[in-house]
Design a binder for this molecule. Structure first.
Ligand SMILES: Nc1nc2c(ncn2[C@@H]2O[C@H](COP(=O)(O)OP(=O)(O)OP(=O)(O)O)[C@@H](O)[C@H]2O)c(=O)[nH]1
Ligand SMILES: [Mg+2]
Length: 428
């Protein structure tokens, strides 16, 4: 079975909680705070590996979880970090979150953090200040990122073979490369993509052979639709047309029509080859060429025979000369998600939060959003008065409080941040 898409639930490790603890030593009556920090939660990391070929493993383990960080403890002992979970995936794996690409692994051993472990909370040793000698406040660990990832495998080849079923795609691949695809005299012999490497003038060409396409393929007819994505990222298309077609021009136009419907493929450089030409009169081959040119006057057409090894070298050379830097195509698609950072410099975080005032049955509610303030909110222990006060403090420093006041917030107003609700207090 060849799996080229998968869904997997990911849960990175939670950060360990910071500890509230005070030094206990004989002869020292009042020890200072010595609560250690929680350890970082383990992240889930994908690593591209050339020996992994399918996404099959995700079918067997549709849920992945990285280890939680350990809690901090007394004597300033930091909790141990959770272990990262490293998952090997095939080269060409694309990972999406809510439909957006968050990773695109195109090189062997390339790694991407897919779900980030939560930061550990600070222990109370961190919160000592001249005015606060005995802080009973510590942070809870931040939850790890958790979401359902959509995973797609896109083969990364230099040349993508397209054509009607039985056009001779797999035969071509088997003759010019080391690949051993199945070949037979009936349509849809190929049901999963094959990859092979052909060498021409000391350069390697990675060629992808996919199932034959038919009319309606772009809408899902036949087998080809799901596999169009595999030629999506090839630098050049080799369009094979069986010279024995009643009308090669029609056969050519059918496939072009499908490629044009599949957004990105229509502008990809294309070379056309009439296949199975051994032993045929030149006039017949020329007629078929004319018929294709009638559909596309700019078509570059070669006549080949895979079985008799005719015209293959010239064709490979032409393909090689048409390969632009395929990395460029890939780069445009890749958008790595921004990794949220934590900082307390108000200058840097000025505009990163927003307040929305909404009417609810319980009264007016103020919903505060923003990467940084939400991060602090997630690390707040709401059962701990001091911890909650610290969150209020941070809101003050960030100017959120001033804005709340000017929006008319009262002490009993409900504030909601990162799905947690609390009220303001009188002296705030
Ligand atoms: N005479 C001749 N027959 C060929 C040549 N190339 C392929 N064939 C035959 O054409 C038939 C189809 O070949 P395949 O390579 O399986 O075609 P395909 O395009 O991969 O077909 P699907 O996988 O079904 O899309 C087989 O019977 C091959 O032996 C050729 O150069 N000359
Ligand atoms: Mg085939």
């Amino acid at each position: 079975m060849f799996v080229d898409t998968a869904k997997v639930k990911l849960e990175a490790g939670k950060g360990g909680d910071g500890a509230v603890s005070f030094r206990h030593e004989i002869y020292i009556p009042k020890g200072g705070p010595d609560g250690g920090d929680g350890g970082r939660g383990g992240s889930i990391i994908f690593r591209a590996d050339k020996d992994t070929n399918t996404l099959l493993n995700f079918r067997f383990t549709p849920e992945l979880k990285a280890e939680d960080g350990k809690n901090g403890s007394g004597t300033r002992s930091a909790g141990r970090s959770g272990k990262d979970l490293i998952i090997e995936v095939p080269i060409g794996t694309v990972v999406k979150k809510d439909g957006k690409v968050i990773a695109d692994l195109t090189r062997d051993q390339e790694e991407a953090v897919i779900a980030k472990g939560g930061d550990g909370g600070f222990g109370n040793a961190h919160f000592k200040s001249s005015t606060r000698q005995a802080p009973i406040i510590a942070e809870v660990g931040e939850p790890g990122e958790a979401f359902e990832a959509e995973i797609e495998l896109k083969l990364l080849a230099d040349v993508g073979l397209v054509g009607l079923p039985n056009a001779g795609k797999s035969t071509f691949l088997s003759v010019v490369s080391n690949a051993k695809p199945e070949i037979a005299d009936y349509p849809f012999t190929t049901i999963t993509p094959n990859l092979g490497v052909a060498t021409i003038d000391d350069k390697d060409l990675l060629i992808a052979d996919i199932p034959g396409l038919i009319e309606g393929a772009a809408e899902g007819k036949g087998l080809g639709h799901a596999f169009l994505r595999h030629v999506d990222r090839t630098a050049v298309l080799l369009h094979l047309v069986d010279v024995y077609n009643a009308d090669a021009g029609e056969a050519y136009a059918t496939i072009r029509h499908e490629l044009e419907k599949y957004s990105d493929l229509k502008d990809r450089p294309e070379i056309v080859a009439l296949t199975k030409c051994e032993g045929l009169d030149k006039e017949i081959v020329d007629l078929q060429k004319q018929s294709i040119l009638a559909k596309n006057p700019k078509a570059r057409i070669f006549a080949i025979s895979s079985s008799a090894h005719i015209g293959l070298e010239e064709l490979l050379r032409e393909l090689k000369n048409n390969i632009k830097d395929k990395k460029i195509i890939i780069k445009e698609e890749t958008k790595n998600s921004e990794v949220p950072t934590i900082t307390l410099n108000p200058e840097l975080i000025k505009d990163t939060w927003k307040i929305e005032k909404i009417e609810t049955e319980e009264g007016i509610k103020f919903v505060v959003t923003g990467d940084k303030i939400e991060k602090f909110a997630r690390r707040t222990d709401y059962n701990n008065y001091a911890s909650l006060n610290r969150l209020r403090d941070i809101m003050k420093k960030l100017g959120i409080r001033a804005e709340l006041t000017s929006l008319g917030a009262q002490p009993e107003s409900i504030i909601s941040i990162a799905d947690h609700e609390f009220t303001l207090v009188e002296d705030w």
